[in-house]
Design a protein around this ligand. Structure first.
Ligand SMILES: O=C(O)CCC(=O)C(=O)O
Ligand SMILES: [Fe+2]
Length: 198
């Protein structure tokens, strides 16, 4: 049977809404918040330099170097709780992730604007595994060619794996949600191949 809407675009994602139990996710959140050295990065805007609306940390193997704003960034070493999560995500995805970006949204005021994760060192069809802990936030994926938006509620303990053409054909964001007061930590596990940057 053909469905009328069969050709509506869908991102190439795998979605595990209850990958961790709520209890496991709460414990992980507390461990990761405590063991991470969080950074407040600044970004350049037309109006000058401003704080990013979230805290971040970059962890991984020493050779998983990436270039960001013209700076060579060497990751911080794996911490115990993040390494435990990585091993579980590796096993599920059958991928050896060598780095992870942590984003800490202190409340619904913190956010991340529309972007795609398309740095050359991620390769053409990157697998990016996104684990969410803490407050539920909306995650929007917008198809570049049609503007179609697919939204997910990224609940605590959920895992969203993006792969294939998702970065090439879609952008994504975590919009501000002023009504959310709780904190959320998101981890996006990635494979960095420094040699892919020309
Ligand atoms: O917080 C999220 O769910 C998304 C994070 C993200 O898009 C990124 O780190 O590139
Ligand atoms: Fe992203």
């Amino acid at each position: 049977m053909f469905d009328l809407f069969d050709d509506a675009p869908q991102p190439d994602v795998a979605w595990y809404p209850a990958w961790l139990s709520p209890e496991e996710a709460t414990i992980m959140l507390a461990r990761i918040v405590a063991e991470t050295s969080w950074r407040q990065e600044r970004i350049r805007t037309p109006g000058g330099w401003v704080d990013q609306p979230r805290l971040t940390a970059w962890l991984g193997e020493p050779d998983a170097v990436y270039v960001y704003s013209g700076i060579r960034n060497v990751p911080q070493p794996w911490t115990p709780a993040v390494a435990e999560l990585r091993d579980a995500v590796d096993a599920l995805c059958d991928v050896r992730f060598n780095s992870v970006l942590l984003n800490r949204y202190r409340s619904g005021i913190d956010s991340m604007g529309w972007h795609a994760d398309r740095e050359p060192e991620l390769g053409a069809e990157p697998v990016i595994a996104s684990v969410s802990l803490g407050a539920t936030r909306r995650f929007d994926l917008r198809h570049n060619a049609t503007g179609v938006v697919r939204s997910f509620r990224l609940t605590s303990g959920s895992l969203l794996v993006m792969r294939g053409q998702t970065q090439a054909q879609w952008r994504h964001r975590v919009p501000k949600e002023s009504a959310v007061s709780g904190e959320r930590v998101n981890l996006t596990f990635r494979v960095i191949t420094p040699g892919l940057r020309q």
